[in-house]
Write a protein that binds this ligand. Structure first.
Ligand SMILES: C[S@@+](CC[C@H](N)C(=O)[O-])C[C@H]1O[C@@H](n2cnc3c(N)ncnc32)[C@H](O)[C@@H]1O
Length: 355
């Protein structure tokens, strides 16, 4: 049995902290129940962070989640120790003692990230960074491991809650995202056009988009141009379509064609594009209908990526309806509510090769 597991009626129980976008925790919880049956929940931050007790071993939970990734559960990490928060130095010593005893979980040379978070508006006598410093010392001195900020093999996760401190060690791949709480951050660079760009940057990372597979893209709902700018930066030729205005820094780009029209009004050749992206923030069924109509403009085997607005609190039903509207023109490869999605989620789609 792993450190954080206990036995109830002969079955291993593992404990986890799950994160979702604000207001979406209940859907993340429904996803866990759908996969694991009875799950005990305790709210840590209403609507976004919760403790889950699952009647499965840590290894089973991680394997099943990896094989069937949830849409709304953004991040998860195991809890192998929990103790009452003193909110002072004593907590740091307890965390160090716990990590020293974590034994086989960490091997010499492992790249290990310490990811500490504190409940917002909760006063602690030390910062999450102090947790990292204290635990980095144990990682180097006790385990000869390498503390890292990005691209870790293993993660030590610490949550500084209202009345308890929770911690666990896991393989980064078991957490659904190797960012702290799945909160992936990007810098605003010079010439930044819109926050929407973060959604495509995050999709690039989360879906592992391979730009070398694409050379011609069409961007529906392109204005003011965050996505178009990223596609151009990645070396694609882009057709941007929007009745709204594109940022003047983009117009005149040699690889850009811009139609200041609605998407349904632009005639497109069959198989003209390798990639279609759509961020029209519109009724999800209308968006899906339009994208399905335009799909023949994507070459067989090509890709589409679209955001889907979530309306009136029935996201699973909305997803099923949209899936039905998109088929058979496009097949869903992955659906994920990204950290940078607000009341929406992002779909990665493929145009079947035989279409
Ligand atoms: C959220 S913004 C897109 C932001 C953009 N992805 C970026 O990175 O800057 C939504 C855009 O969809 C456009 N839009 C809405 N309906 C459309 C339609 N039928 N055809 C084309 N664009 C549409 C709106 O004009 C608006 O500019």
């Amino acid at each position: 049995m792993a450190a954080g597991e206990s036995m109830t009626g002969g079955a291993a129980v593992s404990r986890w902290i799950g994160s979702a976008n604000a207001g979406y925790a209940r859907y993340a919880q429904q996803e866990l129940v759908a996969r694991f049956g009875e799950v005990g929940f305790q709210e840590l931050i209403p609507g976004e962070l919760f403790l889950a007790s699952i009647r499965r071993s840590e290894a089973d939970v991680a394997r099943l989640l990896r094989g069937n990734e949830p849409v709304f559960l953004r991040h998860i990490h195991p809890v192998q120790t929990e103790f009452p928060a003193s909110r002072g130095e004593e907590d740091l010593l307890r965390l160090q003692q716990w990590l020293e005893s974590a034994g086989p979980a960490i091997s010499p040379g492992d790249r290990v990230g310490v990811q500490a978070r504190r409940k917002p508006e909760t006063e602690y006598g030390y910062t999450p960074y102090a947790v990292k410093e204290a635990l980095d010392r144990v990682l180097t001195e006790r385990f000869a491991a390498e503390p890292v900020i990005s691209g870790p093999d293993k993660v030590v996760s610490v949550y500084m809650g209202e009345s308890s401190v929770y911690a666990g060690v896991s393989a980064a791949s078991d957490n659904l995202s190797d960012w702290n709480g799945g909160m992936i951050r990007f810098k605003r660079e010079d010439g930044f056009i819109s926050r929407a760009k973060f959604k495509l940057l995050e999709a690039e990372v989360r879906f592992g988009l391979d730009w070398s597979a694409y050379s011609r893209a069409v961007d529906l709902g392109a204005a003011p141009g965050g996505w178009t700018s990223l596609l151009l930066e990645r070396g694609l030729r882009v057709t941007a379509i929007d009745p709204g205005e594109l940022d003047p820094s983009l117009t005149g780009h040699p690889n850009l064609t811009y139609h200041r029209r609605k998407a349904g009004e632009v005639k497109m050749e069959r198989a003209a594009y390798d990639l279609l992206v759509s961020d029209m923030s519109w009724d999800p069924r209308q968006s899906a209908k339009l994208v399905a109509e335009i799909a023949p403009a994507i070459r067989p085997g090509g890709t589409a990526l679209m955001t889907l607005k979530l309306l009136r609190g029935k996201p699973f039903q909305s997803m099923r309806e949209v899936e039905g509207i998109l088929a058979p023109a496009l097949r869903i490869v992955k659906a994920k509510q990204l950290f940078h999605n607000r009341d929406e989620l992002t779909l990665l789609l493929t145009r079947p090769s035989d279409s």
